[in-house]
Design a protein around this ligand. Structure first.
Ligand code: SF4
Ligand code: SF4
Length: 581
């Protein structure tokens, strides 16, 4: 094809490539000698024996050929020898998309095993950014990027919901510690620590916020959380869009400066830590004059300085640790999580290989948002599943919210029967709460009657699995609720029409009507009362399906397996929010 016949998008990609190439990428693009050392490092290769299209060097050559053809002298002199080739059509760009987004999680395991120092993930990210700049990307990448551009966080959490969640967690902490001074300070100026989090914590795991707050409070920290610009994640790392990366990082840096915070502490998230601490300053062209650290370092310091006391015997279930690619390979956080684990657990078992050689959770590089590649991702996850199974541990700990989702998904797929948790949860569980000084009660004061947190609430549980139905109703009834059960959509409709309900929980997998369709029907039917709904699903990929429907979204969403604490927290949160509105 002639140069003048090149599509507009292909032309733009090549022009932008010239602007994005730097010395690190150029040397990686030039240095490969095709020795094949990296081939067996990649989890995609190991799960797809005999398919060369997954080999790191093969994938890299799809980008390298463009570099050679347009930017390297060898491609100009001996193009046939160095396999230099251009790109002409939008179809070729779509093929490139399949490779750079769908066949690599940018985990950098191949990079650290290359004798020539080729860092494929670096220029794979660049290639993603080139495609994004002309609008070629998986749909999930477009949706998440838009949310982070427009709403300031990648899960479209509204400011009211974020602040409500912090206030709700404050109340939980006050009641647990029986201490009115135990609050989450919001927008406090001149704090020693500004704490930034992943929006997943607000939307799906508020327990991690409560646990961190308890640790800060008991450590006597002078801390705060910002009311806005609080998201430390950065989808620019995954999409390759440096402009998005810079804008997101600057928002947080500027907020800390505005509050005159003395240190930024980043909660447990691999890509958030890498983006905020290591890359954001370059993307955002912004020099910061305060230190940043992972909350793992903060928690270690509190224990070592005696600011919190921990009892490791409270965490006696066998645990293993999964190194997040971004925390470990890209930022060098290898020993810190292990040091903390030894402080708060009695039975820590290493997974092999580990540290720099650990395998990706397979949800990295934004893979969890690209549902079209889910079957490929889960197939490649067999390597991780084998690693996990071999430890014999019941709990896998990781310092990354993205890895929590990736691991949860593969554990379910490969039926490993393990739980996933984070260090903050283990530290909080091991905390020794200092006793309150005894206050003599007036003799005549009778103790108040104990009232369950859900007293008077009427809740319908829709689930076809009897064990799960039994578990959910038992937890709700133990806390004072009146419950109703339905095993399919028809039974559920009868109860919704007959009873006055405060809330319902809905399983997405039901016989007859599918849960997502049932949910949409309920929301559309003006003859039915609108009942606040908590979706409970064993299929995280269905979440997108629910939120894409043209009806008001569910008020809550929980992933199976569920536990008592998360169930209660979510149900109470939904009821409190509905009550306030
Ligand atoms: S190990 Fe390095 S030099 Fe060898 S094929 Fe892989 S990228 Fe190329
Ligand atoms: S960065 Fe990771 S996923 Fe990508 S090719 Fe290398 S080893 Fe495979």
């Amino acid at each position: 094809m002639a140069e003048q016949d090149r599509s507009h998008k292909a032309q733009k990609v090549l022009e932008r490539m010239g602007k994005k190439l730097n010395r690190q990428m150029a040397s990686s693009l030039a240095a490969c000698v095709h020795c094949g050392n990296c081939t067996q490092c990649c989890h995609y290769v190991l799960a797809n024996p005999g398919d060369p299209t997954y080999a790191p060097a093969y994938k890299a050559d799809k980008i390298r050929k463009l570099f050679k053809r347009h930017f390297d002298w060898t491609g100009k002199v001996i193009p046939w020898w160095v396999k230099a080739k251009s790109v002409y059509t939008d179809e070729e760009l779509e093929e490139l998309k399949d490779t750079v987004f769908g066949k690599c999680t940018n985990c950098r395991r191949c990079s650290i095993n290359c004798p020539m120092g080729v860092d494929f993930a670096t220029f794979n990210r660049m290639a993603r950014g080139l495609l994004v700049s002309v609008g070629i990307m998986p749909e999930g990448v477009a949706v998440v990027s838009k949310d982070q551009w427009e709403l300031g966080n990648q899960m479209a959490v509204l400011k009211e919901d974020y602040v409500d969640t912090l206030e709700w967690m404050s109340e939980e902490m006050q009641s647990e510690l029986d201490d009115e001074s135990a609050v989450i300070p919001i927008d406090k100026a001149d704090a020693d620590v500004v704490y930034s989090i992943n929006p997943r914590e607000v939307k799906y795991d508020p327990r991690t916020i409560a646990d961190a707050a308890k640790i800060f409070h008991l450590a006597g920290e002078n801390w705060t959380m910002p009311s806005d610009a609080w998201d430390m994640t950065n989808f620019g790392l995954f999409s390759g869009d440096d402009d998005l990366g810079g804008a997101v990082a600057r928002r947080l840096y500027e907020k800390v400066a505005e509050l005159r915070g003395k240190k930024l502490v980043i909660s447990e998230c691999g890509h958030g830590y890498r983006s905020t601490r290591c890359e954001g300053q370059n993307w955002g062209q912004w020099d910061i004059d305060y230190p940043m650290e992972s909350s793992v370092d903060t928690m270690i310091r509190y224990v070592k300085e005696g600011r919190i006391e921990v009892d490791k015997t409270r965490n006696d279930t066998p645990v293993t640790f999964h190194d997040s690619c971004n925390n470990a390979r890209s930022c060098g956080l290898y020993e810190e999580p292990r040091e903390l684990l030894q402080m708060v657990c009695t039975d820590f078992r290493e997974m092999y290989p580990n540290r720099a050689e650990n395998f990706c959770c397979t949800g990295g590089g934004g893979a969890m948002s690209m549902s079209e590649y889910t079957p490929r991702r889960l197939k490649s996850a067999k390597i991780k599943a084998d690693q996990l199974r071999a430890t014999g541990a019941k709990i896998v700990v990781t310092s990354c919210h993205n890895c929590v989702d990736g691991l949860t998904d593969l554990i379910k797929h490969y039926k490993l029967g393990m739980e996933v948790t984070q260090l903050v949860n283990l530290v909080a569980n091991a905390l020794v709460i200092p006793p309150k000084p005894e206050v003599e009660a007036p003799a005549e004061a009778a103790p108040p009657a104990k009232v369950g947190a859900l007293q008077g609430r009427r809740i319908l549980v829709i689930d076809d699995e009897p064990d799960i139905c039994e578990f959910i109703t038992a937890v709700l009834e133990d806390n004072g609720a009146t419950t109703f059960r339905a095993h399919d959509g028809d039974e559920a409709l009868e109860v919704i029409r007959r009873e006055s309900l405060d809330l319902l929980t809905l399983d997405l997998n039901m016989p007859g009507r599918d849960g997502a369709g049932f949910f949409e029907m309920m929301r559309k039917d003006e003859g039915l009362p609108t009942v606040p709904t908590v979706i409970i699903s064993g299929h995280p990929e269905l979440r997108k399906l629910i939120y894409e429907r043209h009806v008001p979204p569910p008020e809550g969403f929980l992933d199976k397996p569920i536990n008592e604490e998360d169930l209660l927290l979510n149900v109470r949160k939904v009821l409190d929010l509905v009550h306030q509105s």
